[in-house]
Design a protein around this ligand. Structure first.
Ligand SMILES: CC(=O)N[C@H]1[C@@H](OP(=O)(O)OP(=O)(O)OC[C@H]2O[C@@H](n3ccc(=O)[nH]c3=O)[C@H](O)[C@@H]2O)O[C@H](CO)[C@@H](O)[C@@H]1O
Length: 364
């Protein structure tokens, strides 16, 4: 009897939602194509794996990071990585994947090292415009490098392929949704700070909006993602300014809110920018200045240069400059429409397919 061999992909990812969301999209795409998929992550990454389809098996390995951290954990890091690599080697020998795909972060070290030593076809996906530390270590030892943001700063002599950052199904369904520019009616503004929320947006956005003319404030409808601990003061600030606002620690329905908004104010994390460009909305971006290699500034560059976004560095950010930029966009429908179109031109709604195609090519 002929048995058809189902291709098998091991996806290695961990850290924040920023690494896990694109990994999840690739897993979904490969499952649709009939692949078998395992996620290799560490105990911290496993906490972000809830959205992965149930048919994706999970392998939790030791890595440099632990849920608890602390001095002892740092000293023990090399031992933890070593034991993680050994268990990944055992797992990959017992069940050899056709391809291993790493999404960066310490939790990918065991699977990528094991794939390298067993000569299993392997690739990495780098979400940001500046390559992260762990991906940088493997960059010269993989068969392909997929880049989420373009152009990307890669180690010298290393070539990348631009795939884009895969976005959720709910974002893909709204790709290029018609943009209705701001007019005389309600003005919808979405404020998001990445998967963890951003304090600087909670400090600045309500203050900036409070200084807008009363007739503009009365029309504002704000959705503001704020860290739990900042929620009450942000809610109070909007109420005192007479602005209608919904404040939550995490909006599950960001794709819909993004579609409905006239303007988004956001950090410049890779998946946030992918969502903004796939749906196509005007943005004010405030890159997280302490991101490694200042990658958020680099992520935002293409949007700033193409006129899709106004980019406000944290070093010069104040309520006044933020207010000026908001007014410029919310009072000029033609400008807002051209920003939305410029954003859309940068979107890659088919990033998951492109990544899955690359993975498939490696098995040939
Ligand atoms: C602080 C930090 O170091 N962040 C990094 C982290 O991103 P981080 O995890 O902070 O954020 P990203 O911007 O990449 O992704 C956030 C995702 O969450 C969604 N969202 C956000 C708010 C909300 O209420 N609901 C919701 O669904 C966004 O639409 C987006 O899809 O990893 C990314 C990928 O390596 C990097 O580019 C970021 O620089």
């Amino acid at each position: 009897m002929n048995t058809v061999k189902v291709p098998y992909c091991l996806i290695a990812a961990g850290g924040t939602g920023g690494h896990m969301f694109p990994a999840q999209s690739l897993a979904e795409e490969l499952l649709d194509r009939g692949w078998r998929v395992t996620l290799s992550t560490d105990e911290r990454g496993a906490r972000y794996a809830g959205g992965f389809p149930h048919s994706v098996t999970r392998e939790v390995v030791n890595s440099a990071t632990t849920a608890r951290g602390g001095m002892l954990a740092r000293v023990a890091a090399p031992l933890r990585i070593g034991s993680g690599v050994l268990s990944a080697l055992r797992a990959l020998r017992a069940d050899r994947p056709a391809v291993v795909v790493g999404f960066g972060g310490y939790p990918t070290i065991p699977a990528m090292s094991a794939a390298l030593s067993l000569r299993i076809p392997r690739m990495i996906h780098e979400q940001n415009a500046v390559m992260g530390r762990v991906n940088g270590v493997f960059a010269r030892h993989v068969n392909k490098i997929a880049c989420g943001t373009w152009p990307a700063e890669l180690p010298q002599g290393v070539q990348g392929v631009h795939t884009g950052n895969p976005v959720r199904q709910a974002v893909r369904e709204r790709a290029g949704a018609a943009y209705h520019p701001p007019g005389d009616g309600p003005l919808n503004v979405l404020v998001i700070g990445g998967s963890q929320g951003a304090r600087v947006l909670s400090d600045m956005v309500p203050e900036a909006m409070a200084g807008l003319p009363p007739e503009v404030r009365a029309r504002l409808r704000v959705s503001h993602q704020a860290r739990v601990e900042d929620g009450p003061r942000v809610t109070t600030a909007y109420r005192e300014a007479g602005i209608e606002a919904e404040v939550q620690p995490f909006f599950e329905d960001v794709p819909q809110r993004l579609t409905d908004c006239h303007l988004v104010v956001s950090r410049a994390g890779a998946s946030s920018l992918a969502d903004i460009t796939v749906i196509g909305r005007p943005a004010i971006l405030i890159p997280f200045a302490a991101a490694s290699g200042d990658h958020q500034t680099a992520n935002a560059r293409a949007l700033g240069e193409s006129g899709a976004a106004m980019v406000l560095p944290e070093s010069v950010l104040d309520a006044e400059s933020l207010r000026r930029d908001m007014r410029e966009i919310l009072s000029d429908g033609a400008r807002a429409t051209s920003m939305a179109a410029a954003a859309l031109a940068l979107g890659r709604p088919d990033a998951a397919q492109r990544l899955a195609d690359l993975a498939t090519d490696l098995t040939a």
